[in-house]
Write a protein that binds this ligand. Structure first.
Ligand code: F6P
Length: 321
């Protein structure tokens, strides 16, 4: 292999730049050239790419977002769109592609391999931490810190005004951010997409809190819980007559300088992904499980489910008394 490509795709995540840097520098150290694709699969379809050397990724390890830009590409979902992208790679003599992104991006990579035989390796980059085959995804640690910082600040004003705050954190299908933030932020209750519990359970939680003498409460809700924070707030109003304030943290959780854990994970996975593709591995994601680097078939990363920690969930409940 003499030339590989790298792209970032889907929602950006802090640490993606550290992963791109690791890919470029590892490949260069092995005498392999790297082509950086702009705007993910959309850019691949359009042939928007250029050679990246080690100096092109200098001073990026600490930067949030992605220097390669990203997109959610509708064209890539069509066989014609993918054929055009594959042709662009062949024209540039690119033998392999490293995709940094989440499950949607991995679907795109998997089809490129299946339909056009181009070797692909995935690196998990999404704040949601919702991929099977890795304990953590790049960006997750930073997102949790950002959300926690916001919750700590909201707690100040909640305590001063003796109010109930319902805080919505990101997580389209997964409650990993919500659960970590609930435990670390000392929340009274947490609602996850993985939950079976009805929203009306919050009424009892608030009534118990009031009975215990709690003057203020923080309820964390994952974006993917049906009805979100607004639904929980409405249930509190209807069930207790109490007023709440809702705070939806939103895209702020995707920005900012990556914390050290994200930079280290990204650096390691970027390095391992390049070594893997040069050794002939393909159609797999590089992940880290119990401190070890493991490779999981791409389709398993979205077909198998990584559950939230049930013991952490119990811990959140136990400590909220
Ligand atoms: O990247 C993951 C994520 O941040 C989810 O938590 C969220 O649901 C989604 O992306 C938002 O996507 P967009 O920025 O395209 O609205």
């Amino acid at each position: 292999m003499k030339r590989i490509a790298v792209l970032t795709s889907g929602g950006d995540a802090p640490g993606m730049n550290a992963a791109v840097r690791a890919v470029v520098r590892t490949a260069t150290s092995q005498g392999v050239e790297v082509v950086g694709v702009r705007r993910g699969f959309q850019g691949l379809h359009q042939g928007d790419m250029r050679i990246l050397g080690p100096r092109d990724v200098a001073n990026t390890i600490q930067r949030g977002g992605t220097i390669l830009l990203t997109a959610r590409s509708a064209t890539w979902r069509t066989p014609e769109g993918r054929a055009k992208g594959a042709a662009h790679l062949r024209d540039l003599n690119v033998d392999g592609l490293i995709v940094i992104g989440g499950d949607g991006s991995f679907h795109g990579a998997h089809y490129l391999y299946e339909e056009h035989g181009i070797d692909v390796i995935g690196i998990p980059g999404t704040i949601d931490n919702d991929l099977y085959g890795t304990d953590h995804t790049i960006g997750y640690f930073t997102a949790v810190e950002t959300a926690l910082d916001a919750v700590d600040k909201l707690r100040d004003t909640a305590a001063s005004h003796e109010r109930i705050f319902v805080v919505e954190v990101m997580g389209r299908h997964a409650g990993h951010i919500a659960l970590d933030v609930a435990v670390a932020g000392g929340a009274e209750e947490v609602f996850l997409p993985e939950d079976e519990k009805p929203v009306t359970d919050v009424v009892q939680v608030i009534q118990d809190s009031v009975a215990k003498g709690k003057a203020s409460s923080i309820i964390i809700v994952a974006e993917g819980y049906p009805g979100g924070a607004m639904g929980v707030s409405q249930a509190i109003a209807e069930g207790t007559g109490l007023e709440t304030r809702v705070s939806i943290l939103g895209h702020i959780q995707r920005g900012g300088s990556p914390v050290s854990s994200d930079r280290i994970l990204a650096s390691r996975l970027g390095e391992e992904a390049v070594r893997a593709i040069l050794e002939g591995r393909t159609d797999v994601m590089a992940g880290r499980v119990n401190g070890e680097i493991v490779f999981t078939p791409l389709h398993e990363t979205w077909e198998k489910r990584k559950d939230v920690s049930r013991s952490l969930y119990r811990c959140a409940k136990t400590l909220s008394i």
